[in-house]
Design a protein around this ligand. Structure first.
Ligand code: GSH
Length: 238
């Protein structure tokens, strides 16, 4: 069985989990302790997640690399629809960089609480790593600016909400960009409550639609109704 090393709050790990679910590949999750990454280091030779141990015993890292490997190893159903692969990759790159940066900043109060619940050493190390990267005082600054940071995220997400008004997935048929967007949106669910703004109801419906993907999706291609009562467009229309 495949083994996924993850941090529960990592958007890149959420992307990989959902791709595995979509492909119906069985896997087990190893929740890596933020302050003791010995198991991850032993398996992958480095200390970042996601890392995935394959059936042949190799462990691969980086969600893009993992996605490509999984599509080669388990080609059906593909996450790179023929002729649409390039645009999926380009969109996913934007979600995993620029959109990630904005969502991460908006999620900082919830991320601090997430790591605080795991203990003072977890919170302290998490903050230290962020402040080394973004400068001292960064985390508290993001907490103070939370309203503005959240408003910026809403503005960035609005065109995606509009895109999803008439289709189930970003480019019609489900593909890599949908998995990347879903992963990044999990930043807005770190607290357990889904905080995608209510006015972005197509995007909220998309999130729940992706959330419900299990190995059974490819068997019948039928989605259960969206929780908000929004009728689901057919999963494939393009
Ligand atoms: N480009 C990588 C990014 C992975 C990444 O940034 N992982 C974060 C968790 S979201 C991590 O392991 N950070 C190390 C740390 O927080 O110490 C990917 O797509 O997998």
């Amino acid at each position: 069985m495949l083994r996924l090393y993850q941090f529960a709050a990592s958007p890149y790990c959420a992307k990989v989990r959902k791709i595995l679910d979509y492909k119906g590949v069985a896997y087990e999750v190893v929740e890596v302790d933020y302050v003791d990454r010995a198991l991850l280091l032993a398996a992958s030779g480095q200390i970042m997640v996601p890392a995935l141990t394959l059936e042949d015993g190799r462990t691969i890292v980086d969600s893009d690399q993992i996605a490509n490997h999984l599509d080669e190893l388990y080609p059906e159903p593909t996450i790179f629809p023929p002729d649409w692969s390039g645009i999926h990759v380009a969109l996913a790159r934007y979600f995993d960089t620029e959109l990630e940066d904005a969502l991460f900043r908006a999620a900082i109060p919830d991320l601090i609480n997430h790591y605080r619940r795991r203990g003072p050493a977890h919170e302290a190390l998490w903050r230290l790593i962020r402040e080394r990267k973004y400068g001292s005082g960064f985390c508290d600054e993001m907490v103070r600016e939370h309203v503005a940071r959240f408003a910026r995220v809403s503005r960035m997400l609005a065109p995606l909400d509009a895109t999803l008004a008439n289709r189930g997935f970003l480019l019609g048929r489900i593909g890599y960009a949908d998995f990347a967007l879903y992963g990044q949106l999990t930043y807005l669910a770190v607290s357990g409550e889904v905080k995608i703004p209510a006015e972005l109801h197509h995007l909220r419906a998309f999130f729940f639609r992706m959330d419900r993907i299990t190995a059974s999706i490819d068997d019948d291609r039928v989605m259960p109704p969206d929780p908000a009562g929004t009728p689901s467009p057919p999963p494939e229309n393009g």
